[in-house]
Design a protein around this ligand. Structure first.
Ligand SMILES: [Zn+2]
Length: 201
């Protein structure tokens, strides 16, 4: 970060802290204070927290807002290399290469419950294969006589059961949530924040 001449310099007091940001709008969080900023369509948010304007983070309304305390996790993509060693190395790599932040988000009750429903549906879609796969296998076995057709039906079934969680996350859970594109020791880049909130930063 350049110590002087930030792109939104007119909005902030002159730099007073060692990392180059001064308190703005009367908020003061000590020496490490930094504001939340818009980075294109992303929210650039300091990991120690920053106030956000009273605008729903999902739909942009300014009425009837509440606060959602949300933990947002980012897993370094390199962690997936752990899969080469099997499930246990993968789990260990994910545990060690993830970063997590707590965000206090302004949100309206509708968006808040849609987000929660999306999270529930995600868990259901991950658990569903364990319930659906045996039922599907038994069902196919009852009606299909040929071994080849049975194998093909099972293959199609398993592909669907893998696609179900992926599609649920991509089409249902993520659009209703705010997720991290990247989190480092200082800042988090968050996706899915409404443009009106980003514009008012
Ligand atoms: Zn909303």
């Amino acid at each position: 970060m350049p110590p002087h001449g930030q792109p939104h310099g007119h909005m902030y007091a002159p730099p007073q802290s060692p990392i180059g940001y001064g308190p703005a709008f009367g908020y003061a969080y000590g020496g490490g204070w930094a504001p939340a900023r818009a980075d294109g369509a992303l929210l650039d948010y300091p990991v120690h927290g920053a106030p956000l304007p009273p605008i729903c983070c999902k739909c942009g309304t300014r009425h009837g807002l509440k606060t959602r305390m949300q933990s947002i996790v980012w897993v370094n993509p390199l962690a997936w290399l752990g899969a080469l060693g099997g499930l246990l190395p993968l789990a260990v790599m994910i545990a060690f290469m993830q970063k997590r932040i707590q965000v206090m988000l302004p949100i309206c009750p509708t968006c808040d419950s849609r987000w929660t429903q999306g999270t529930v549906l995600r868990w259901l879609s991950f658990l569903a294969p364990f319930v659906l796969a045996p039922v599907f296998g038994a069902f196919v076995g009852l009606f299909v006589q040929s071994d080849d057709a049975f194998a093909l039906a099972l293959l199609v079934g398993f592909v669907l059961l893998i696609l179900l969680p992926i599609l649920t996350v991509k089409l249902v859970s993520e659009p209703r949530a705010i997720t991290a594109k990247r989190i480092d020791d200082h800042r988090a880049l968050l996706k899915g924040v409404h443009a009106d909130l980003l514009r008012s930063l």
